[in-house]
Design a protein around this ligand. Structure first.
Ligand SMILES: NC(=O)c1ccc[n+]([C@@H]2O[C@H](COP(=O)([O-])OP(=O)(O)OC[C@H]3O[C@@H](n4cnc5c(N)ncnc54)[C@H](OP(=O)(O)O)[C@@H]3O)[C@@H](O)[C@H]2O)c1
Length: 413
């Protein structure tokens, strides 16, 4: 911070941009915890001003603040305000994943230019301190892989579908009624929200810039209760998993509905909780979990960033390195086929899989009147090979419906 509104003793002045769900909760929490912050940092925080659409003036608030907390959301005007604040030497705290995932490099550059801190723990994983652990605790570790349930809405919906047998539509309506899903849930159920968070995580874990629009993703709106029920017979739990990993000198970042074996640390994470598993050779794995959203919970993560910013030294990610984005990676798969119940069917399916180098790990076969159901899990294989095999299987005349496939994470730790 080069040009604080105040320095040394006296109150530490916080300019608050946005006073909605999180902003209002943050203002309350700041007043409640001011004494504890003073005990930890030596200075008592107080609000220098609040900006909403109808009150406050940004320039005036900036002038009077040591630090700016941005809880407006979206790209503009949040981007402009943060750039101006950091170029003026003010430390900033934001919960804005849309902004960080799209304009992270520009924001990091402005922070370097202004000698300011940029902290954004609440932008990923709600209260779960994933940014701090990746960027500070594991700053010198070689992180190989991060798997995350980073969207509480979809985790709530999938948990309810598994628990009650409800359809996707029923579970979504329930989530909306309870305030876990917004009236327009597209960003959540399409995987877009999780993709933005995984792009932010990948930037910190691997130092590589990942464009959020380049992250391959699938949502959960095509998942059926039957997928979940059959998979349970194979000991699998379904989650919307974001993964970011080093692959062949590049980086693969993706978001897909994924089956996990019950022993995987993310398999038992239910309801609106978030959780992130970080893998590094030196530590094996760390799993962090907690509430993924909510006004007071998110405000608590923002307050934690405020305290960190008040205690130097500042930390910023190093400039991004070039790393190719790898799209064709190995994965295990669950494959669900509805077929005519006649001899030789399984053999033909197995032959096609074998020709593409796909080996089957487990199969469950059950009758369905004239038809039969084949549910199998295959060992990890390049996606392109598995998709080629499924394309060929899809053309077989004994098939009764389009094959359904879902990725499986096999790690058990
Ligand atoms: N809600 C959560 O549980 C949660 C969890 C994690 C992260 N976040 C992130 O936290 C941020 C805030 O979310 P929220 O749920 O608190 O949003 P919100 O309830 O919609 O509140 C947004 C606030 O920003 C103000 N605002 C909007 N446009 C503005 C503009 N052009 N100029 C000045 N002020 C403007 C609004 O003003 P008015 O009061 O005048 O409308 C409102 O006070 C977002 O980045 C979100 O992604 C939220």
């Amino acid at each position: 911070m080069t040009d604080p509104a105040s320095s040394g003793g006296g109150p530490y002045r916080v300019g608050l941009l946005g006073h909605g769900t999180v902003g209002a909760a943050f203002a309350t929490l700041l007043a409640e915890r001011a004494g504890a912050v003073e005990a930890a940092t030596g200075r008592r925080p107080e609000l220098a001003g609040v900006l909403t659409r109808t009150r406050g003036d940004f320039e005036d608030i900036l002038e009077r603040s040591d630090l700016i907390v941005e809880l407006i959301g979206g790209v503009e005007p949040a981007r402009e305000y943060l750039l101006r604040a950091m170029r003026a030497g003010r430390d900033v705290v934001s919960a804005n994943k849309a902004l960080l995932s799209r304009h992270g490099e520009e924001l990091y550059a402005a922070a370097r230019e202004g000698g300011a801190q940029l902290r954004f723990e609440a932008a990923v994983g709600g209260v779960v301190p994933v940014i701090r652990v990746i960027h500070e605790t594991l700053a010198a570790a070689h992180i190989e892989k991060v798997h995350g349930i980073v969207n509480g809405t979809t985790n709530y919906i999938l948990t309810e579908m598994a628990r009650t047998g409800a359809s996707f539509e029923e579970a979504l309506a329930d989530a909306q009624r309870l305030g876990y899903a917004e009236a327009d849930p597209t960003d959540d159920v399409s995987g877009a929200d999780a993709a933005a968070k995984m792009a932010i995580i990948a930037r910190l874990a691997f130092g590589a810039h990942v464009g959020v629009d380049e992250v391959p993703r699938e949502g959960i709106d095509t998942i059926t209760p039957a997928d979940i029920a059959y998979a349970r017979e194979l000991g699998l739990a379904l989650k919307l998993v974001g993964s970011a990993e080093r692959v062949n000198g590049g980086v693969a970042v993706r978001v897909f509905p994924t089956f996990l074996y019950a022993e995987h640390p993310l398999a038992s994470v239910g309801g609106a909780f978030n959780a992130v598993t970080i893998e590094s050779p030196a530590i094996t794995e760390i799993t962090l979990s907690g509430p993924g959203a909510g006004g007071s919970q998110t405000a608590s993560a923002v307050l934690g960033d405020l305290v960190s910013a008040m205690i130097p030294p500042p930390t910023l990610p190093a400039p991004a390195v070039e790393a190719p984005l790898v799209l064709d990676v190995e994965s295990a798969f669950y494959l669900h086929l509805e077929v005519a119940d006649r001899p030789g069917v399984l053999a033909q399916v197995a032959e096609i899989l074998g020709l593409q180098g796909v080996s089957v790990k487990s199969v469950v076969q059950s009758g369905l009147g004239e038809d039969a159901r084949l549910v199998m899990v295959v060992h990890p294989v390049l996606e392109s090979k598995f998709l080629a095999a499924v394309e060929l299987i899809g053309r077989l005349d004994f098939l009764r419906s389009t094959p359904r496939l879902i990725r499986v994470i096999e790690e058990l730790f």
